[in-house]
Design a binder for this molecule. Structure first.
Ligand code: BGP
Length: 471
């Protein structure tokens, strides 16, 4: 058996997507609180004002986790709930809320795994210096992280500094889909670089303070295939890798960006300033990080894209299968449909083998233990009149991905944890409440927000009870 006794069977969430209580108990506004209230920015105007109302239902939600036998629960801390204006005064009610959550989890014998940044930047810092665009964010972020360490590190032993810095910067600064809704490649690369530095300085601070837990960050990882073995497609795949997955991962875990990517961005005039001091800090943090976190949903199949080829296209946020068109960067690459794979209703490729392939690449390239901090299937679920959700498709998806983990582990990958996305249904940033991921259904149409265990809940319960033997 690949899974050791202490393997962390987990599940995940993020503050903005579940907590609600967005303007109560001393919390300051985040960029998402403001953005989601601007007309036309989110799917059908959905927002996280109430979300799952988890803020008021810790006991109920953790009791469901306990009954399931969950070993680890990954959640994020909302920076503006802890420090409402981003810097300065600490909100004692925010600290009390997370203390209560952590203590309730520990009492239920569930290991808390904390994400420090899952995209809800204090709006005050966006207003004051444009948030991630400015180097000023680095010290403010480290200060916030230190407040979290000082208050929670006695009980929290797994820290994920950043969640998917590649996604929030590309969607925020290239695709205009996340706040601040800008399209500027130089700013995107600069903002990403600042996330690397904020991560690096936080990792160093954590280690220098002598805490005894593990720390890293989670990248949205998309392993790639070349569409064919033609030289042009192979080159397109390399172009994608050095400006995409390897750019992000090397920045965090090698302490230096890939040379070919640096050359490309420099020629284009959009390469961010990377100082000597930055390089030193990045290298130090790469040495100190305890694990690589990845969120894995899909692979990408990459093909040659001529100079007059396709550019960026709209993402499928409608949930109408087959509406995603090819997209890419003319002259560099394009991402195409892979006929060998099934797709979700949101046109995300379903590719369990891609997870094994990706884990083995990461193991070889970085040699660190790995935490899968997210993996799951977004789908339309139906609550029957009998009060059941028969999500066999989700069970099938998770089973195949767990088998892929097992195969990778038996080939030497040191996988510490597997967290599904998500424990309960929750808000999807761009797809509202209809795209569901949870083991627990939430009736978002009624104020009661009733929780119902899905078929997959009982299935995962048994997977955990048998430590992965019965899938
Ligand atoms: C990741 C995010 C999560 C979650 C998930 C599913 O990128 O870290 O917060 O939202 O993707 O994505 P979506 O809700 O777009 O389907």
């Amino acid at each position: 058996m690949a899974f050791t006794k202490d393997f962390l069977w987990g599940s995940a969430s993020a503050a903005y997507q579940i907590e609600g209580a967005y303007d109560t108990a001393g919390k300051g506004p985040s960029i998402w609180d403001i953005w989601a209230h601007l007309p036309g920015k989110t799917f059908e105007g959905t927002n996280g004002d109430i979300a799952c109302d988890h803020y008021h239902r810790i006991e109920e939600d953790v009791a469901l986790m306990k009954e399931m036998g969950l070993k680890a629960y990954r959640f994020s801390i909302s920076w503006p709930r802890i420090i409402p204006a981003g810097t300065g005064a600490i909100n004692p009610e925010g600290i009390a809320f997370y203390n209560k959550l952590i203590d309730t989890l520990i009492k239920a014998e569930i290991v808390p795994m904390v994400t420090l940044y899952h995209w809800d930047l204090p709006q005050a810092l966006q207003d004051e210096y444009s948030g991630w665009e400015s180097r000023r964010i680095i010290d403010d972020f480290v200060n916030y992280s230190n407040v979290c360490f000082e208050n929670f590190a006695d009980r929290v032993k797994y820290w994920i500094v950043m969640n998917e810095p590649n996604i929030f910067t590309s969607l925020g600064y290239m695709l205009k889909l996340h706040p601040p809704g800008i399209q500027d490649e130089a700013i995107y690369l600069k903002a990403f670089h600042h996330t690397v530095l904020a991560h690096a300085k936080t990792v160093i601070a954590y280690k220098e303070a002598g805490y005894d837990g593990m720390i890293g960050s989670s990248i949205a990882y998309t392993p790639t295939y070349a569409a064919s073995d033609s030289q042009e497609d192979q080159r397109a795949k390399r172009n994608f890798d050095v400006t995409g997955p390897l750019w992000y991962l090397d920045g965090y875990y090698k302490g230096a960006y890939p040379v070919a990517g640096v050359a490309y961005y420099t020629k284009k005039g959009v390469m961010p300033v990377v100082t000597r001091a930055d390089e030193t800090m990045m290298a130090a943090a790469a040495e100190l990080a305890d694990f690589i976190g990845i969120n894995y949903y899909q692979t990408a199949t990459i093909a040659h894209n001529p100079e007059d080829g396709v550019g960026f296209s709209e993402m499928n946020t409608s949930g109408k299968k087959g509406t995603q068109s090819e997209n890419g960067i003319p002259g560099l690459y394009k991402q195409i449909h892979n006929d060998k794979l099934e797709y979700t209703d949101w046109d995300w490729a379903i590719d369990p083998d891609g997870l094994r392939y990706g884990l083995e690449i990461l193991n070889k390239r970085y040699g660190l233990p790995i935490i899968i901090s997210e993996n799951g299937l977004g789908a339309y679920d139906v609550l029957t009149e009998a009060g059941e959700v028969n999500d066999d498709y989700r069970i099938d998806f998770l089973r195949k991905h767990i088998l892929a983990c097992e195969a990778a582990m038996s080939h030497g990958v040191n996988l510490l944890a597997y967290c599904t996305w998500s424990f309960t249904d929750l808000l999807s940033w761009l797809n509202g409440y209809k795209k569901r991921y949870g083991f627990v259904h939430i009736d978002f149409d009624s104020e009661a927000l009733k929780r119902t265990k899905k078929k997959s809940y009982y299935w995962y319960q048994n997977v955990i009870a048998t430590n992965g033997e019965e899938l």
